[in-house]
Design a protein around this ligand. Structure first.
Ligand SMILES: C[S@@+](CC[C@H](N)C(=O)[O-])C[C@H]1O[C@@H](n2cnc3c(N)ncnc32)[C@H](O)[C@@H]1O
Length: 315
């Protein structure tokens, strides 16, 4: 991500009446490390449930690859833990795999490629990690291959997008793919707000969200002091999203050198740093249809808290 894109997002977000920054700004190498620690928390159900989905349904997923030569591409791959379950299954089933993980976090890609090289010493697996934005990465592949594609978009990455942004992301993705290509996309489903509260209020979330202030200090020369902010998450029934806020514990002025601008925070003013919209199966079906895909199959965990939905491109 360029510094000017980062700067524009920060300027836009901190100038809003209700200050709000997108969570993808948190993801440098350190941000990815903290996120990986979150995915290991017992209470953080999305990662646990999605890993279970891959373990339960790996054989069905592998069959999709056996039916035609398929290239595996992952957008926002992170640590690739779930994908490795699938890769192991594909190798066992004798499938040749060309895997391209794409992530803006350089540390995440480096770590993933090293782990794959250590864990899978076989010529059946060919890995090309790309440190890039989703669509830049995808464009470089789209132009180079005529194999059918299986794009993975796992975790809660779509849940984190504003609803209109999610729709335009999926429409753009549809345009980048060919008829009959596949998209396997993760959705955290609506469930008890009590459970959502437990999932999102571990001290690690505070560390993760406060890291955004480190990022703004580092990239734009700001003077945020992390000890003057506290973080909390709640489920908001009006937006149907879990929302995370950093609250300013005092009245303070933040100067951002690169923007040559001051931003005022009132005592206990909130800065929204994350959101995770919760979906129903009906809303997922509507979204697939509106963005040009057909649902081939839904893969659930045993509690039906999460779904990985396999979509096929219709052109
Ligand atoms: C919520 S994490 C999910 C990671 C992984 N898919 C999982 O299921 O655990 C989102 C990932 O997307 C990456 N990411 C965010 N915005 C991106 C962008 N515009 N282009 C590429 N990667 C991006 C982040 O660095 C991070 O690794």
């Amino acid at each position: 991500m360029t510094n000017s894109k980062f700067a524009n997002e920060v300027l836009k977000g901190l100038s809003l009446k209700n200050k709000k920054l997108p969570s993808w700004l948190i993801f440098d190498s350190r941000g990815s490390e903290i996120f990986n620690e979150i995915t290991k928390l017992e209470n953080y159900h999305p990662a646990r449930c999605e890993l279970e989905i891959f373990n339960i349904h790996k054989s069905a997923l592998s069959k999709v690859f056996s039916s035609a030569p398929t290239q595996l591409i992952e957008l926002g791959s992170g640590d690739g833990e779930k994908t490795m379950v699938l890769i192991r299954e594909l190798i066992q089933d004798g499938v040749e795999i060309q895997y391209t993980p794409i992530d803006i976090s350089e540390g995440a890609i480096e770590q993933l490629v090293n782990t794959l090289n250590q864990n899978f010493k076989t010529p059946s697996l060919n890995v090309t990690g790309l440190v890039a934005d989703y669509f830049e990465g995808l464009a470089s592949i789209t132009n180079n291959s005529d194999k059918r594609k299986m794009v993975l978009f796992l975790g809660v990455t779509l849940n984190n997008m504003d609803i209109p942004d999610g729709k335009s992301f999926l429409k753009k993705l549809h345009q980048s793919l060919q008829n009959d290509d596949y998209l396997l996309i993760g959705f955290d489903l609506m469930k008890s707000p009590k459970l959502l509260y437990q999932s999102y209020n571990d001290p690690l979330f505070e560390k993760f969200n406060l890291h955004l202030l480190d990022r703004v200090n580092e990239c734009l020369g700001a003077n945020f002091n992390k000890s003057f902010f506290v973080q909390q998450c709640h489920y908001n029934p009006k937006t149907q999203a879990v929302e995370s806020f950093l609250y300013s514990t005092r009245k303070q002025t933040i100067h951002i050198k690169a923007l040559n601008k001051d931003f005022e925070f009132a005592e206990w003013e909130g800065l929204q740093t994350e959101q995770s919209f919760k979906y129903s199966i009906q809303s997922i079906e509507k979204l697939a249809c509106e963005s040009g895909f057909k649902i081939a199959e839904n893969f659930y965990d045993s509690q039906r808290y999460f779904v990985d939905s396999l979509w096929q491109v219709i052109k």
